[in-house]
Design a protein. Structure first.
Length: 336
């Protein structure tokens, strides 16, 4: 029989479990962005909490699967379940940049194992007027494409690059399907997860840049015409993602939402992803003038991460001292 302390810990953690995935995604991609603009020390510092949050996420996932199958299925049916795939892929990408190829490959295998089952469970429950979390199907798929293409370039593995290419186009199809189900009114009233609509475009642009890097590493993945299509598609995705970020930022001014909500981690992630995508496209296409915007976006993402981290800390403090308000906000959040 579980002790009262253990039961209270599970009660405290339950509404936060989905947020762990968004927090890993946000912190992990911030680490990637800082690495890309040359701030390696800060990048490694950011990697530590990302790994810690991922371990909590994995432990909760395994605990539910082994001890509460019904609870696991109930969670797996929600779009937030796909943060497990995306978070694992983002961490794998960062470890690949560190040269830890075997760790990155293991995380790719784990994410690839989870992806089809979770995606099918989530997609079959799609409906109309969905929140921004509906775009997590695209994010998870493109996250696999990013990590696969990154490892393909590192290891000169052509089949992995071709698989990443299939995932890239599949992710764009999932984005189109999600867009038809997204409730546009969310940009005015959602608590932060509406930003995933822009983050999904940014991670798609990043996947395109990584595929171009893989092609430039010596492998012949496609002919010249296909290369031109990939380049144009990647540029278009980056441009649309940056435009989407500008629109979403404008909506924050028109409809301010200043109170902390756990779903704000899903605002930080697209900002960090926009920074990483901009820097990666600048390198892949040798567009030097994009380097400055990429650096600027990294600092914007870091500022947003810091603000949300302070809000999360204040929420934990309030919970510890018996203030239920922030806990209620988190409990109401189906998806971060």
């Amino acid at each position: 029989m579980a002790s009262p302390h253990r039961r209270s810990l599970r009660i405290w953690w339950a509404p936060r479990a989905p947020a762990a995935g968004a927090a890993v995604m946000a912190t992990g991609i911030l680490s990637v962005g800082l690495h890309l603009v040359g701030h390696e020390a800060l990048s490694r510092v950011a990697l530590v909490p990302a790994c810690a949050a991922w371990i909590l996420l994995a432990a909760n996932f395994a605990h539910l699967l082994l001890s509460d199958r019904a609870g696991w299925v109930a969670r797996a049916d929600t779009p937030g379940a796909l943060t497990a795939v995306a978070a694992t892929a983002v961490l794998g990408t960062r470890f690949s940049r560190l040269g830890w190829t075997y760790v990155a490959a293991a995380l790719l295998a784990l994410a690839a194992l989870l992806w089809p089952a979770l995606l099918m469970l989530v997609v079959r429950h799609w409906g109309r007027h969905m929140p921004g979390s509906v775009f997590l199907g695209c994010v998870a798929t493109e996250g696999l494409a990013v990590l696969g293409a990154t490892l393909a370039a590192t290891t000169s593995t052509a089949w992995l690059a071709h698989t990443a290419l299939v995932l890239f186009w599949s992710g764009l199809l999932l984005y189109a399907a999600a867009l038809m189900r997204f409730d546009v009114r969310e940009v005015a009233r959602a608590a932060g997860d509406h930003w995933v609509s822009g983050g999904a475009l940014a991670i798609s642009a990043l996947a395109g840049a990584k595929l171009l890097d893989a092609a430039d590493s010596g492998m012949r993945l496609w002919n010249d015409d296909d290369s031109a299509v990939m380049r144009h598609t990647t540029v278009a995705l980056l441009a649309v993602s940056l435009a989407a970020s500008a629109v979403l930022a404008g909506c924050e001014v028109v409809w301010p939402r200043l109170r902390y909500d756990v779903r704000r981690w899903s605002t930080v992630f697209p900002l960090g992803m926009a920074a990483a995508a901009t820097s990666s496209v600048a390198t892949a296409l040798d567009v030097t003038w994009l380097e400055k915007p990429g650096q600027t976006l990294v600092w914007i993402a870091l500022a947003a991460w810091s603000a949300v981290a302070v809000g999360a800390g204040a929420s934990l403090w309030a919970d510890h001292h018996g203030t239920p308000a922030s806990h209620a906000q988190e409990a109401d959040s189906e998806v971060p």
